[in-house]
Design a protein around this ligand. Structure first.
Ligand SMILES: Nc1ncnc2c1ncn2[C@@H]1O[C@H](COP(=O)(O)OP(=O)(O)OP(=O)(O)O)[C@@H](O)[C@H]1O
Ligand SMILES: [Mg+2]
Length: 362
């Protein structure tokens, strides 16, 4: 269990927020697809909850892959197929009234595992394929937040993700909110990032990830500036607005996307370019010197996630994180050893991320 003082330090000072929106939001973001974002959120959400933190995961990707990983199909069918009660469970159900004349509905959290008699430390605000339809509403309200009248509605819509997540976090007394987003720079992600305090950038070992980094930085800078401009336009907001800090805390290298037919040397060549690219693009450090390898980039390289090979389908089948696999799931011999290694690796990564959030908010 984490010590109480440690948990307290995770929360962001309410005064700094100008309101009661104090639970840090951590988003795994890279507009390059398939770099292991969802898998990272899934495993870290479980790991942090195993470590004793109260964790709220939120699926803001209209593909809803995180939701599909955390919930079984029967439950999903009920969730998406029509509601037996009027409670709002998915992110779309919470924000949908806004697209008419209503207001945001408080989320009824889905406890993981579901069904669970005794609530654990992990809860989810499930995603929804229909969330894609909200993209246009977010786009059209973006300029309206710079207008001179009727600012309530545009701001309510643009900050809807933040409001829903913070409301869910308050209900469960969460220590941290982890969000999963899709691989693009569209209006849904802009709103997700406005709600975000800290960003972890997952990277693959290829040109696409490198190119993704080059687009990420100007976009984040633009979103931060634009959001600040809008906030300045509403000097006396009727509800707390998120800071839109979007502060990068580091990057995570992924080995799994690498084609195994290529030599390991090529993998390392791509890996070794990332410290400089990250420093230049995300941190604006044009001067160097740059670490020669991620291993030497202690300040920013959070981890290299291994290729877990056959443990991945085994864990998907068992609907568990890799480090929960047991002999009954088929994790025997070298698989059992790999499962233990994975537990240690994710624990180290979780600790590093928590440490960065703590030192930033101290
Ligand atoms: N460490 C790993 N070892 C092996 N396979 C992995 C690993 N991490 C992720 N994968 C696999 O790689 C694929 C892509 O991963 P994931 O869905 O997490 O990426 P993503 O960045 O969320 O993708 P998208 O951009 O489409 O949302 C999945 O099939 C996943 O099972
Ligand atoms: Mg994903």
């Amino acid at each position: 269990m984490p010590d109480a003082a440690g948990i307290q330090q995770l929360r962001i000072d309410d005064a700094r927020r100008g309101g009661k929106m104090g639970v840090p939001v951590l988003t795994f973001f890279n507009n390059k697809g398939g770099v292991g974002k969802t898998s990272l959120v899934y495993h870290l959400a479980w790991m942090l909850s195993d470590m004793g933190y109260q964790v709220l995961a939120c699926d803001l990707d209209p593909q809803a892959n995180l939701t599909a990983a955390l919930l079984d199909e029967d439950y999903l069918e009920t969730l998406w197929g029509g509601r037996s009660d009027s409670s709002a469970k998915t992110i779309l159900q919470c924000i949908q009234p806004l697209t008419r004349t209503g207001d945001i509905q408080k989320p009824t959290l889905t406890r993981i595992p579901e069904p669970s008699l005794i609530p654990g430390n992990l809860a989810l605000i499930p995603g929804d394929l229909g969330l894609a339809g909200f993209e246009d509403t977010l786009s059209s309200e973006w300029p309206n937040a710079l207008g001179s009248s009727e600012l309530y509605r545009p701001f309510r819509i643009l900050t809807a993700f933040s409001t829903v997540m913070q409301s869910g976090a308050a209900q469960m007394n969460a220590d941290v909110i982890l969000t999963d987003v899709g691989p693009n720079l569209g209006a849904i992600n802009r709103s997700a990032l406005i709600a975000t305090d800290y960003i972890v950038v997952p990277l693959g070992a290829d040109l696409f990830s490198l190119q993704g980094l080059r687009y990420l930085c100007p976009t984040l800078n633009q979103w931060r500036r634009d959001w600040q401009q809008r906030k300045n336009n509403w000097t006396q907001p009727d509800f707390p607005l998120p800071d839109g800090r979007m502060q990068p805390v580091g990057y995570v290298m992924q080995q799994h996307g690498f084609r195994l037919t290529r030599p390991i040397r090529a993998l390392n060549e791509w890996f070794n370019r990332m410290p400089e690219e990250y420093a230049r693009n995300l941190l604006g450090n044009e001067e160097g010197p740059y670490p020669a390898t991620p291993a030497e980039d202690e300040a920013h390289a959070l981890a290299t996630v291994k290729h877990y090979r056959s443990l991945v389908p085994m864990a998907q089948e068992a609907r568990k994180p890799i480090f929960h696999l047991t002999a009954a799931d088929g994790a025997i011999g070298s698989h059992a050893a790999a499962t233990n290694d994975a537990r240690q690796d994710f624990k180290d990564l979780a600790k590093k991320i928590i440490q960065r959030i703590k030192s930033d908010s101290a």
